[in-house]
Design a binder for this molecule. Structure first.
Ligand SMILES: Cc1ncc(COP(=O)(O)O)c(C=O)c1O
Length: 452
């Protein structure tokens, strides 16, 4: 007979059945789908002067509280545009947090500048402002701040440092649509910002981005990268006023129409994310060894992701952190609680930076003025620990109801109440790596592990 509360990994009942209705994202209503059909049947679906694109720009700059917005083709395009406007180019350096999506660093390389990584704060996982000044050199042009997972970065401290050293501030707000810091929305602090609105973000368009800026000069300069196409131009010469290469960063009209429908619901959706995640945090805080996100009182989190740290020592165990996380995450997966690592490396560890010779030795990020300089993960011990010790709880922000959230908490309680058994698990090499991207892979692996 099965013991009560037996781990699903060892043949017990999972806390959350695998076939249960968990989360769905994005949520596009029948009404939005019909509106989209009306747009594609009745409006031009091309051109930067499309009514949909212009209306989205208008609605977004009002929502963020900043004078200018250009809808673009992706969040990466918006970041490149922002760096281009800030004149971060060859021979300059841009400070970037050591942990983020690749695009935060790649956009700097696209601009021809060299990223210089700043370690993250171990609690917020955002760029640690106390470490910024030690990374500034006479070549530093800008600080690219990421509001990771939806928690605004320490904007007062960062802005003060930028002003002192005459640096531009670029916000990568891909995770933080609608998040606030001291009552002000992200995307309105820096000289410019970029919001990805791809199909997984809090604001969804499929594939697109929103560039915002407070400066008219930035807005005008950005047009060169946008490759403006206006159907209303009366003269041929007005159509392509190119001052630069013109990368074609135009936003698709269809994407703009989707984003406009979603924007009407953004605050409500963010509220659901917050309610789910705060409910989960209240329950996880009682479990030794689980560190739930902390939100300082002066800002709101929009929980694009919900990240927990697994702390073996706090759970009373002397186990290497990567092994502890891998085993706990596998046991949670068996209970139907899915975690993933998201980015499973720090940015300086990426081959592009760590092994530049594999790419092209004369690329600008080699920082030729510092020939001995190599990118190394040792520059950012906290980001490294983050990669080893934390994971993102997949269904928490977008759970369809509180039952799922409470089930996730119950799964954590169950696994953490039987850690001695969890630590005796023998993991396959795949699970040991902690490469937790696909739920299906985890479940397949977990099935192999189960002793029925
Ligand atoms: C933090 C961060 N910055 C930038 C991007 C790039 O956005 P996009 O995929 O729209 O180019 C992403 C993307 O997914 C991201 O997570």
């Amino acid at each position: 007979m099965k013991a009560d509360n037996e781990l699903a990994m060892l043949g017990g009942e999972p806390v959350l059945p695998r076939d249960m209705k968990r989360a769905r994202w994005p949520l596009i209503s029948e009404e939005e789908a019909q509106q989209l059909a009306r747009v594609i049947q009745n409006e031009p679906i091309f051109g930067t002067d499309s009514g949909q694109v212009q209306a989205l720009e208008e609605e977004w700059h009002r929502y963020v509280g900043i004078p200018y917005c250009r809808a673009v083709s992706s969040g990466t395009a918006g970041l490149h545009m922002a760096l281009w406007c800030a004149e971060a180019g060859p021979g300059t350096e841009v400070l970037v947090p050591a942990y983020s999506f690749t695009a935060s660093a790649f956009a700097v390389v696209h601009a021809g500048a060299a990223p210089v990584f700043v370690d993250v704060d171990p609690t917020s996982y955002n760029m640690n402002p106390a470490l910024i000044e030690s990374r500034i050199t006479p070549r530093t042009k800008a600080i690219l701040v990421v509001h990771l997972a939806g928690l605004p970065a320490d904007m007062d401290e960062i802005t003060a440092i930028a002003q002192k050293h005459n640096l531009a501030v670029i916000e990568d707000a891909a995770h933080a649509h609608g998040a606030t810091y001291k009552g002000q929305k992200t995307g309105s602090f820096g000289d410019a910002a970029s919001f990805s609105i791809n199909g997984v973000k809090n604001l969804v368009a499929g594939e697109a981005g929103l560039f915002t800026t407070r400066h008219k000069e930035y807005y005008d300069r950005a047009e060169g990268l946008w490759l403006r196409v206006t159907l209303a131009a009366t003269r041929e010469s007005e159509k392509y006023p190119l001052a630069t290469l013109g990368y074609n960063y135009r936003c698709s009209v269809v994407a703009a129409a989707i984003a406009r429908g979603q924007l009407k619901k953004l605050d409500r959706f963010n509220e659901v994310r917050r309610s789910n995640c705060e409910r989960l945090s209240r329950q996880l805080r009682d479990i030794p060894g689980v560190v739930a996100p902390t939100v300082p009182g002066d800002r709101t989190h929009v929980y694009h992701m919900y990240r927990v740290r697994f702390d073996a020592a706090a759970a009373g165990l002397d186990v290497p952190s990567a092994e502890f996380r891998a085993k706990v995450v596998a046991a949670l997966a068996a209970e139907g609680v899915l975690c993933r690592s998201w980015m499973n490396w720090t940015l300086p560890e990426l081959p592009l930076f760590a092994c530049p010779d594999d790419f092209e030795s004369r690329y600008p990020w080699r920082r030729t003025w510092e020939p001995d300089q190599v990118y190394s993960p040792d520059e950012c011990p906290e980001a490294q620990k983050m990669v080893e010790e934390t994971a993102v709880v997949a269904d928490a922000p977008t759970a369809v109801d509180h039952e799922v959230v409470d089930g996730i908490a119950a799964g954590f309680r169950k696994v953490f109440s039987r850690l001695d058994e969890v630590m005796r698990l023998k993991l396959s090499p795949d699970l040991r790596k902690g490469d937790l991207a696909s739920c299906e892979t985890i479940w397949r692996e977990v099935e192999k592990l189960q002793v029925k």
